[in-house]
Ligand binder design. Structure first.
Ligand SMILES: NC(=O)c1ccc[n+]([C@@H]2O[C@H](COP(=O)([O-])OP(=O)(O)OC[C@H]3O[C@@H](n4cnc5c(N)ncnc54)[C@H](OP(=O)(O)O)[C@@H]3O)[C@@H](O)[C@H]2O)c1
Length: 145
């Protein structure tokens, strides 16, 4: 059995936990989180998040709070509400340690040539997802945890 390397009562959030690498990280990490820990998984697909939760619960038989938060990192106007959901009920001192894994990202439209990347709205969404959300979420994480 894996040891609780992150100790008891760890707050752990994994963005992009609805599939791929994020799902694998969540399932592997779950077995390493000690008693009283909370695992928060984010993504746009609730169905994908629910499947990850199912796999986490299957792998990790011990009691672990798994919270699912849907939201779109392309939409920076929704960050405030989205990030509040991620850290809802989490106050400084509630957890002994905290871990934030920024995994959600997009490669964008890789079929386009450099000369075709001309739409500023698409570029803004790309940078909001891959850069702005990471900085803003880290800031919130550092304030709360
Ligand atoms: N696979 C590779 O070979 C590789 C190589 C280098 C780097 N990476 C990076 O590693 C990370 C994971 O890779 P992966 O292959 O597992 O990618 P993936 O299968 O495309 O999964 C990306 C995850 O990010 C979430 N996500 C994407 N756009 C989002 C948005 N606008 N808002 C909220 N969540 C969003 C997706 O969830 P929803 O669709 O549910 O929103 C999904 O859970 C990515 O950051 C990727 O760029 C991967």
């Amino acid at each position: 059995m894996a040891s609780a390397v992150f100790g008891p009562a760890t707050f752990c959030a994994v963005t992009g936990g609805s599939r791929g690498l994020g799902r694998s990280i969540a399932v592997l990490l779950a077995g390493r989180l000690g008693h009283g820990s909370r695992l928060v998984l984010t993504g746009r697909s609730l169905q994908g998040l629910q499947e990850t939760k199912r796999q986490v619960k299957e792998k990790c038989r011990k009691e672990l709070e798994v919270k699912l938060v849907t939201g779109d990192m392309e939409d920076s106007t929704a960050y405030h509400a989205h990030f509040c959901d991620i850290f809802a009920d989490a106050k400084q001192g509630d957890f002994n340690s905290a871990l934030m894994i920024h995994n959600a990202a997009t490669t964008g439209d890789a079929t386009k040539k450099a000369s075709e990347h001309s739409d500023p709205q698409i570029l803004t969404k790309y940078y909001d997802t891959n850069l702005t959300s990471v900085i803003a979420l880290t800031s919130k994480f550092m304030k709360v945890c």
